[in-house]
Each structure stands twice: as structure tokens, then as C-alpha cells.
Design a protein around this ligand. Structure first.
Ligand code: HEM
Length: 558
């Protein structure tokens, strides 16, 4: 006897297939499954199973075909109607219609590297909150920074499930549970305490000197390329106590380039986590990501075997200081090492490249910075000695201004309500579970309500804001008529709160020392043929900024 009821009419059978599709939509809606096996079951197995209802009327082949047709059409229509309906929990947030319907809309913008530009445009069109995906809202309003990212704020969002090299061993940056994140972050905090930072100073000095000498010898360089190699070698020393000589051999083994590509490729997986799953499991796909993962693993294992001779970052992460009751599993230490290498090298090298672009493009700023460096780091003085850094206010202002105009992570990172809580309330906003938010830094930093003449590169604004004597600048006439607008709460290049950038102090120390030494030793100017007005247009966003070539002529000063 057939297990299927023979008495069902044609309409009832088709309705049963459609109902199955509606149940699938309900599951997608409630659970947002990203596991490829669950997706496979819902997308292929379910319509195949219910197609049996249609066999008696249409035969096997036509029955299967019709079942899939009805199932997918119902699923699609139901999803579209729900996503644009007033019943969707994010219905109150405006945004492009297609963005509300499908994640693909924003993914395609991201793949073109234009998220930062498009975000700014959409905020201009719709106001301070925009829906960029069916389940994601981005806020430009600084008032949400503290409640959403601060101590009582939301955990990290699900984007790292897709981006992560191995989501089952999530690295610090993607750990979603606030308590686990706080626990994992403790050794990092010890590693970058004021006392521990002193251990990295000789490393910055050695690698920084090598970098500047290399620039001087080469005379004409793509600054972004060489500063990335410097930052990578520095981070390898700071993390593993050595192991990379990419400046010396111009990245002969391609590890630096691979890390860069792996990071860019991950942008697709961030938006479509199931693609990340496929890449991780299909041989021959995502080669760059896998190569980088393998190189981190190899170097981490080598470092574990070697033990510590200096207090490098690995020393703290692997609990060689004994700060934690239990040693962390090796896999976690190695996973976090991978993050340290990328988070610590891409970011500083991008900022330093933008800084060099900005100062050469603004000769008066260059002159002032040079004068301050010459004052505190005259020829006979070691510019890697940090004793004057606190007094070098203009240098600090130039770095802050560079990161205001060009925040390395232009759209910040994602936050989402803790699973099981139902949602998160921040003032007038309710963020339901299974939805995510971001606070795009590029847009917030370039908002005239937060900063006077936001598109002007004017380090002097930081001095005026701190009530320090400031030389004249391009924003003076506006300040004279309407006062300085300088909203410190709207500036967050390192993100905000207990899940912000843990390497901030190391990054600032490294950048300040390297710029001081570099400008003490060499003079930089754009190479002939380079058109500075094309710089910003050439910048792409691939989670972090990807910069165009910056050809620079280097002349020795001493
Ligand atoms: C200019 C330099 C840098 C910038 C602009 C920067 C920016 C950021 C940002 C925006 C985040 C995301 C935080 C969030 O999810 O809210 C982050 C996370 C992180 N950064 Fe940095 N970063 C820089 C340098 C460094 C350096 C030198 C290190 C050293 C290893 C580092 C290590 C990390 C780590 C480990 C995280 C994850 C922190 C966590 O989730 O608790 N960063 N960074």
C-alpha cells in the first residue's frame, strides 16, 4: 500500500508542496541556517521528498519538475513578500528595495570594492540608518556607538563565521559570545600593556631602520608595497620572534601577497557564509586562503617547538607568562596568531601609506610635521627613542587625521544580538535576533555634523579641539564663523568598547616611531607622472582599504 494518501485532489497535492516551501521559509527566517548540509536538505531534499505526492498524477519526471517549480516559486515569493512587508522586524529602516530583498545586492557592491562610497551615498539619501540587506542595518549616528558597541553592547556579528579560516576554532576577532571573548582577550591585553609594549620597541627600531634604509637605497618605490613588507616582517618578529624576511627578498615566497589576497577573498564569504563553507571544503578552491592558513600553522608550530627567547606576542598568547590558570589549546593560539599577523600588518601599512600620501599632497602639513620631527629628533638623536612622543602633538594629529579621513576598516565590523535573547534594545532602536548592525566609520568620520569641513585634511583641528596652540589651517575661516565641530564620540578608527582593536597602542607606537625615523632620514615626494587627484577614486574597500600604487621618490636627508 502506498504511504501517500490517494484521496488528495490535485489542488491539495500542489498546496502541500507549497506549504512545505512555506515551512522552509519559516525555518530560514527563524534560524538563518548557514550549515551547507542543512541548506542542502532544505533546498534539494525537501522538494524531492514532497514531489512523490505528484507522481500519481504526473509521473516521476514531470512530478519532480513540477514539485521543484512550485516549491521554489512559493519560497521565492514568500521570502520577497515578507522581506519588503511591514511585518519584517527591520521594516522601519529605509534602504534600496533590492537590498531588502536579497543579500546579493550588497554583495555585488562589496565585490566591486565600492561599499564605502555607496554607503555614504545611501546615508545621504535615506538618513542615518539604512537597511543594506534583508537582515542588516547600518547606522551613521554616533549616538548608537556607545550603547551598541560599548560595555553593555552587542557581541560580534556572524560575519566571521564566513570569513574565518576555520569557524570551529574562531579567533579572537570573531568570537561571538561576550564572556568567551572577554576571557580570550585577557592575554592580549597583557601583551599590549604599557610595560609589555617596551619589549616591542627594539623590534620596531630594527625593522624600521631596515625599511627606511631600503627606501633610501631604492630611491623610487611603490610606498604601499614596501611598507606592507616592513609591517609584515615587524609583526612576524613581534609575534613569533622572527621568521619572515620579506623586505630582504621582496616577498620571494609570496606569503605577504597571499595573506593580502586571502583577506580580500574573504569578503565574499563574509557576505555569503555558505560560499566560505564551500571554499573550505572543496579541493582546489580558495587556494590563497588555504595557503595562508597553512603558513600560519607551520610558523605557529615552529614557534611552539622553539619556545620563547623574548617576550613576543606568542609568549603571552600561549600563556608562557602563566597569567591564566590553564594553557589555551594549541589550535586557538595558532588561530589567533593568524589574526595578529593580518590585523597587525595590513592595518598599519595602509594607514602609513595614506599618511605619506596625505602629507606629500599637503606640503604645508609636511613642512610642519618635518619641523616638529627635526625639533624633537635632530640628526644626532635616535628617533626610535619614544621619550618625546608625548610632546610630538602634531605627529599625533597627523595620524589621527589620516585615520579620520581614511579609516582602515571603512565600515567597521558587525555586531548582532546575543542568540537566545530575542533582540537588543538601544534607545529608540530594537535590533531583533538574527539581524546585524554596523557603524560605518568612513561615513561617520566624513559627516559635517561631526567634523568641520570633514573632507579637508587638517591635522590642526585635533590641536584646536585639545585647546593646544595650532598653526593656521584651511578650516580656520569656518571655525571663525561657526566654531569648531569636533565630535570625539564620532571618531572610532580602532572601533569602540571592550571588543575594539586590542593592538591599538602597539599600532600607534609603531606608526609614530617609524614616521619619526623616516622623516628624520629621508625626504619623500610623488614620482613624476603620479596624479594625486586620482588617489581617492582608486581606493577600494575589501573589508579593509585596498590602496592604489603610491610611487614615491626618496632622497636622503642625512
Ligand atoms: C592602524 C592600525 C590599526 C587599526 C586602524 C586597527 C583597527 C581595528 C578594528 C577597527 C578592529 C575591529 C574591532 C571590532 O570588531 O570592533 C580591530 C580588531 C583587532 N585588531 Fe586592530 N587595528 C590596527 C592595528 C592592529 C595591530 C598592530 C594589532 C596587533 C596584533 C591589531 C590586532 C587586532 C586584533 C587582535 C583585533 C580583534 C580584537 C577583538 O576582537 O577583541 N590591530 N582592529
Amino acid at each position: 500500500m502506498s504511504p501517500l494518501p490517494a484521496s488528495l485532489t490535485r489542488a491539495e497535492r500542489i498546496l502541500a508542496v507549497a506549504t512545505c516551501a512555506l515551512v522552509t521559509h519559516w525555518i530560514f527566517n527563524r534560524r538563518e541556517p548557514s550549515d551547507i548540509r542543512v541548506l542542502f536538505a532544505l533546498v534539494f531534499v525537501a522538494p524531492a521528498v514532497v514531489s512523490q505526492l505528484l507522481f500519481p498524477l504526473y509521473g516521476t519526471v514531470a512530478g519532480i519538475f513540477l514539485s521543484f517549480f512550485v516549491y521554489y516559486t512559493t519560497l521565492l515569493v514568500s521570502i520577497i513578500i515578507y522581506r519588503v512587508s511591514p511585518f519584517h522586524p527591520l521594516a522601519r529602516y529605509p534602504g534600496p528595495l533590492l537590498a531588502k530583498i536579497t543579500r546579493w545586492y550588497w554583495t555585488l557592491i562589496a565585490l566591486r570594492g565600492r561599499q564605502h562610497v555607496e554607503t555614504l551615498r545611501l546615508f545621504g539619501m535615506y538618513g542615518d540608518a539604512i537597511r543594506v540587506g534583508p537582515n542588516e542595518v547600518w547606522f551613521r549616528n554616533p549616538a548608537v556607538v556607545q550603547p551598541m558597541l560599548g560595555v553593555q553592547g552587542m557581541p560580534k556579528g556572524p560575519m566571521w563565521q564566513g570569513r574565518g579560516l576555520n569557524p570551529s576554532i574562531m579567533s579572537l576577532i570573531g568570537l561571538r559570545d561576550n564572556a568567551s571573548h572577554a576571557r580570550r582577550r585577557r592575554p592580549w591585553t597583557r601583551a599590549f600593556s604599557s610595560a609589555a609594549l617596551r619589549n616591542y620597541e627594539p623590534v620596531i627600531a630594527r625593522r624600521g631602520a631596515q625599511f627606511v634604509e631600503l627606501l633610501a637605497e631604492k630611491k623610487r618605490v611603490d610606498f604601499g608595497h614596501w611598507v606592507h613588507l616592513f609591517a609584515f616582517d615587524f609583526m612576524s618578529d613581534a609575534l613569533f620572534g622572527g621568521g619572515s624576511e620579506s623586505m630582504k627578498d621582496n616577498d620571494a615566497d609570496g606569503v605577504v601577497e597571499t595573506s593580502k589576497r586571502a583577506f580580500s577573498d574573504a569578503q565574499l564569504y563574509e557576505h555569503l557564509p555558505w560560499v566560505g563553507f564551500l571554499v573550505r571544503h572543496l579541493p582546489g578552491v580558495g587556494a590563497k586562503t588555504k595557503q595562508f592558513r597553512a603558513s600560519c600553522l607551520r610558523r605557529g608550530l615552529e614557534r611552539l617547538e622553539k619556545g620563547s627567547s623574548v617576550k613576543d606576542l606568542f609568549y603571552w598568547l600561549s600563556n608562557e607568562d602563566g597569567g591564566e590558570k590553564e594553557d589555551p589549546p594549541k589550535a586557538i593560539v595558532i588561530s589567533d596568531s593568524g589574526v595578529a599577523i593580518i590585523a597587525g600588518s595590513d592595518t598599519t601599512s595602509i594607514t602609513l601609506t595614506n599618511l605619506v600620501y596625505c602629507i606629500i599632497a599637503h606640503p604645508q602639513v609636511y613642512e610642519r610635521l618635518q619641523a616638529e620631527i627635526d625639533k624633537f629628533c635632530p640628526t644626532e638623536q635616535d628617533a626610535f627613542d619614544p621619550k618625546h612622543l608625548g610632546e610630538m602633538r602634531y605627529l599625533g594629529a597627523v595620524i589621527s587625521e589620516t585615520m579620520r579621513i581614511y579609516p582602515v576598516l571603512p565600515n567597521g565590523t558587525q555586531r548582532a544580538p546575543e542568540p537566545g535573547t530575542g533582540g537588543f534594545v538601544a534607545g529608540e532602536h530594537f535590533i531583533p535576533e538574527w539581524t546585524s548592525i554596523r557603524v560605518p566609520l568612513w561615513s561617520m568620520h566624513r559627516d559635517a555634523r561631526n567634523f568641520t569641513l570633514p573632507l579637508a585634511f587638517a591635522p590642526e583641528r585635533w590641536l584646536v579641539a585639545a585647546d593646544l596652540p595650532a598653526p593656521p589651517s584651511v578650516i580656520d575661516s569656518v571655525i571663525a564663523t561657526s566654531g569648531l565641530v569636533h565630535n570625539a564620540g564620532a571618531y572610532a578608527p580602532f572601533s569602540y568598547g571592550p571588543r575594539n582593536c586590542v593592538g591599538k597602542n602597539l599600532a600607534l607606537l609603531e606608526m609614530k616611531l617609524v614616521v619619526s625615523h623616516m622623516l628624520q632620514r629621508v625626504h619623500l615626494r610623488f614620482a613624476e607622472g603620479f596624479d594625486p587627484s586620482t588617489w581617492e577614486e582608486g581606493i577600494q574597500e575589501r573589508f579593509n582599504l585596498v590602496l592604489p600604487e603610491l610611487p614615491v621618490i626618496v632622497e636622503r636627508r642625512m
